[in-house]
Design a protein around this ligand. Structure first.
Ligand SMILES: CC(C)(COP(=O)(O)OP(=O)(O)OC[C@H]1O[C@@H](n2cnc3c(N)ncnc32)[C@H](O)[C@@H]1OP(=O)(O)O)[C@@H](O)C(=O)NCCC(=O)NCCS
Length: 165
C-alpha cells in the first residue's frame, strides 16, 4: 500500500504517549538516572501555546518530532530534542522539522535559537550547520540539579553524552 504524504503539524497533548515512547527508546536522549521527558511534562509542553513542538506525520503515524522551548522575555528558543524514527532517517524529515520550527519561531518574534549538541553527534551537528546555525565552540558542560524530589526532570539531550565520558 502506498504511504501518505509527510505532513508537519503542531503536537497536541494526545501525542505525548507516542513522543514519550520514541524518545525514551533513543540512546542519544538517555542519561544515567533518568530518560527523556516524562509524559506529564510532554502533555503540558504540547498544550503550551508559547512553545514550538512539531511532529512529522505520515497519515496518523508520528515518525519524528522537534521540541523547542521558547523564552519570550529574551527572545530565545532552545531546541531541546529533534528526532526521526530510524527507518525514515536520511530522507530530509529532520530538515523539514527544523525549517518549519524556524519559520514558526520567526513569526513569534524569537530572535535567536540554540541547541546543545554532543561533539560526537555529527549527524545532528551537520543538520544544524546546514540550517544556518554556526558552531559556537566548546566544550561546555551542563551543571544540573533537581528542585523537586517528586518531579521527574531531565537536562537537554546532549548531556547524556558528556555524562557517559
Ligand atoms: C539527527 C536526526 C534527527 C537526523 O534526522 P534525519 O531525518 O535523518 O536528517 P535529514 O535526512 O533531514 O538530514 C538533514 C541533514 O542532517 C545531516 N545528517 C543527517 N543524518 C546524517 C548522518 N547519518 N550522517 C551525516 N550527516 C547526517 C546532513 O547534513 C543532512 O543533510 P544532507 O542529507 O543534505 O547531507 C536523526 O538521525 C535522529 O533522530 N537521531 C537520534 C536523535 C538525535 O541524535 N537527535 C539530535 C540530538 S537532540
Amino acid at each position: 500500500m502506498k504511504e501518505g504524504k509527510l505532513k508537519i503539524k503542531k503536537l497536541v497533548s494526545e501525542d505525548a504517549d507516542t513522543v514519550h515512547r520514541l524518545g525514551f527508546q533513543e540512546a542519544e536522549f538517555r542519561i544515567g538516572y533518568d530518560s527523556f521527558w516524562s509524559k506529564r511534562q510532554l502533555t503540558a509542553w504540547f498544550a503550551s501555546s508559547g512553545d514550538v513542538c512539531l511532529g512529522a506525520f505520515i497519515g496518523k503515524r508520528l515518525i519524528g518530532f522537534i521540541l523547542v522551548a521558547v523564552h519570550n522575555p529574551i527572545g530565545k528558543a532552545t531546541i531541546e530534542n529533534i528526532y526521526v524514527v530510524p527507518k525514515k532517517r536520511r530522507q530530509r524529515v529532520a530538515q523539514r522539522l527544523r525549517d518549519e520550527a524556524m519559520r514558526r519561531l520567526g513569526l513569534k518574534g524569537v530572535t535567536y535559537a540554540v541547541s546543545l549538541v554532543s561533539q560526537g553527534n555529527l549527524k545532528s551537528l551537520k543538520l544544524f550547520w546546514s540550517g544556518g546555525f554556526v558552531d559556537a565552540g566548546g566544550p561546555f558542560r551542563w551543571a544540573s540539579r533537581s528542585l523537586s524530589a517528586q518531579e521527574e526532570r531531565r537536562p537537554p539531550c546532549s548531556v547524556s553524552r558528556y555524562k557517559r565520558r
